[in-house]
Design a binder for this molecule. Structure first.
Ligand code: 2ND
Ligand code: ZN
Length: 385
């Protein structure tokens, strides 16, 4: 007799092969340490804290492990520092697409702030074109290696600066040319999203899409502003929505008005578990609000935020969640479909990704057990009676 005795939890290898969708990943937070060292040498950047790639990778993880978003963000001076030339941007973007594809990501929206890459004399347009070129090269190389991936860019404006409208206009100009939307990032406390209302209103008039980092280092007021004043399509993190959800002693759950709105309107939450542990937004994977948010059927998605600073990947994020919550391939599919539904590309493309790439990918993985030869079929059956 054959039965499904195999554990319901996916193995690390299955997690890696499962089609994954990534909505929240920073280009300047995902460089390979070896690339940083080489680019520093090539561009004359002398401020790296370590020049051995292994040690540099550890340095980023430890420095980002600070418990504060502000100190976490300080580590970006070194990655941004080596991303000031066209060649560097093309390379970093190409490697980003290749690394994500290698990890089983089939669709990614990768963000960066063009205004941070002008120190070498590039224009905003040259920055965007270099990154787009890198993504296209990375997609081609990935395909040559047997991986299919599509990467769209999100242009980020820094919330402490005053260039949001200009960057929103840039995002609009490069729409359908590799840029799929807009974002604001940077320190949250003291820099509410309403500072950049003009940019959001402009994008809405243009029927364009945007997400806002909100509810990461600052709580409900930031989420409320992002949604009700700025009109964000998605929330970058949004993890602090948990502050508006009460779990009673008997296990029943009560949602406040804002949490209800977020769930009822299917507002996508770009959750980034490892990053939250480092900035102090969550205590442990097991205590991360994603467990409850998934149970309550919020539009929750799983993301990396900064692969370098967190020493992570999409697969690793899922490995942590499988360990913490016992997630199955069905849960992984649920998160992946949620993310694909929430992407900023056209509806027909999202649907085709879900029906023709994601679901068949999970179906194949889920049916593997049927073909595993765990029982010997070569012996004879005892005949009785
Ligand atoms: O998790 C984050 N919260 C707020 N800002 C962030 C986070 N991760 C990266 N950033 C900032 C630093 C980068 O230089 C910038 C653009 O990617 O976005
Ligand atoms: Zn982020």
């Amino acid at each position: 007799m054959t039965s499904q005795t195999i554990s319901n939890n996916p193995t690390p290898d299955q997690i890696r092969r499962a089609p994954k969708v990534l909505l929240h990943d920073h280009l300047d937070g995902g460089l390979r340490p070896g690339t940083i060292v080489e680019l520093a040498r090539a561009t004359g950047y002398t401020r790296l804290p370590e020049t051995d790639p292994g040690k540099l990778g550890v340095w980023f993880r430890e420095a980002a492990d600070s418990g504060s978003l502000e100190r976490y963000l300080e580590t970006f001076s070194h990655t941004v520092g080596v991303m000031q030339t066209r060649e560097a941007l093309v390379r970093v973007a190409r490697e980003c697409a290749e690394d994500l594809a290698e990890d089983g990501v089939v669709y990614a929206e990768v963000r960066y702030a063009p205004e941070q890459h002008l120190e070498g004399g590039l224009t905003l347009e040259e920055v965007v074109e270099a990154v787009n070129e890198g993504f296209r090269e990375g997609e081609r190389l990935a395909r040559a290696n047997g991986h299919r991936i599509r990467v769209g860019a999100l242009l980020t404006a820094m919330r402490h600066a005053a260039r949001a409208l200009e960057i929103a206009e840039l995002a609009n100009r490069y729409r359908d040319l590799g840029v799929v939307g807009f974002d604001i990032a940077g320190a949250e406390a003291g820099f509410p999203p309403t500072r950049h209302l003009d940019a959001f209103e402009y994008l809405k008039r243009e029927n364009n899409h945007f997400t806002i980092h909100a509810g990461e280092a600052f709580g409900l007021p930031s989420i409320w502003q992002a949604l009700q004043w700025c009109g964000a399509d998605r929330l970058g993190h949004g993890v602090r929505i948990i502050d508006d959800i009460q779990v009673q002693a008997d296990g029943s759950v009560k949602l406040g008005r804002l949490a209800s709105y977020v769930r009822d309107k299917r507002i996508p939450l770009e959750l980034c578990p490892s990053s939250n542990l480092q900035t102090g937004a969550a205590e442990s994977y097991a205590e991360h609000p994603i467990g409850l948010l998934r149970r309550l059927h919020f539009r929750a998605t799983v993301n990396t935020d900064n692969r370098l600073m967190s020493g992570t990947s999409m697969s690793r994020e899922f490995e942590h969640l499988v360990d913490a919550f016992g997630y199955s391939l069905d849960d992984m599919q649920w998160f992946s479909v949620n993310a694909m539904k929430s992407a900023f590309i056209p509806f027909d493309e999202r649907l085709a990704m879900i029906n023709d790439v994601i679901k068949p990918g999970y179906a194949e993985l889920k049916s593997e057990w049927l073909f595993q030869q765990t029982v010997s079929t070569s012996g004879s059956v005892d005949q009785e009676g």
